[in-house]
Write a protein that binds this ligand. Sequence first.
Ligand SMILES: Nc1nc2c(c(=O)[nH]1)N[C@H]1C(S)=C(S)[C@@H](COP(=O)(O)O)O[C@H]1N2
Ligand SMILES: [Mo]
Length: 183
Amino acid sequence: MSSQRAALPSTLTAMILLALSLTLFGPARADTPLPAPQGPVVLRVFGDVSVTNSAGEAQFDLAMLQEMPDTVYETTTLWTNGLQQFRGVLLKELVDRLKIEAGTLEASALNEYLIEIPLEDAIEGGALIAYERNGKPMSVRSKGPLWMIYPYDRDEKFRSETYYARSIWQMDLIEVLASDAAE
Ligand SMILES: Nc1nc2c(c(=O)[nH]1)N[C@H]1C(S)=C(S)[C@@H](COP(=O)(O)O)O[C@H]1N2
Ligand SMILES: [Mo]
């Protein structure tokens, strides 16, 4: 009996909080849940993507990536000496956040390098958009600020030309190619 009476105030509280947040922040548009970047843009996702925060694309500054759930891979790589610790956002997190459900990703880098990354790599234990190496942000000179990393030590399949080629450093662009266009 008293539980029903207690439920009413909490519902009211929730409604008031909702009304208050709508007043304070304005109605969030369903198709633009991404906030605008405040700092320098480090990654732009364009093409067949509907979740955007800019004209036809999703832009991220470093802080936005850092606020997303992070993953750490400890692994050696072809390009570094000794065990490395990479922290970043799983490609899966990015893809989920942007509601990308089909197609192929074409990632490109500051040096114009371009590689296709299949959506199948967007899984737990798959591609990681690393923004930190051994606890520090990566400069452009040391293959940053974003470097696609795979857990090479964990599975032999990652120690192959296919995954080495997808290990794109200085990544700044991802184009989402619609599945029909990619075939
Ligand atoms: N930004 C960028 N990432 C890149 C490349 C590149 O040229 N630029 N080369 C790719 C390829 S084809 C491979 S096999 C690996 C290894 O490159 P490396 O042999 O130059 O070390 O990095 C990949 N990532
Ligand atoms: Mo390569």
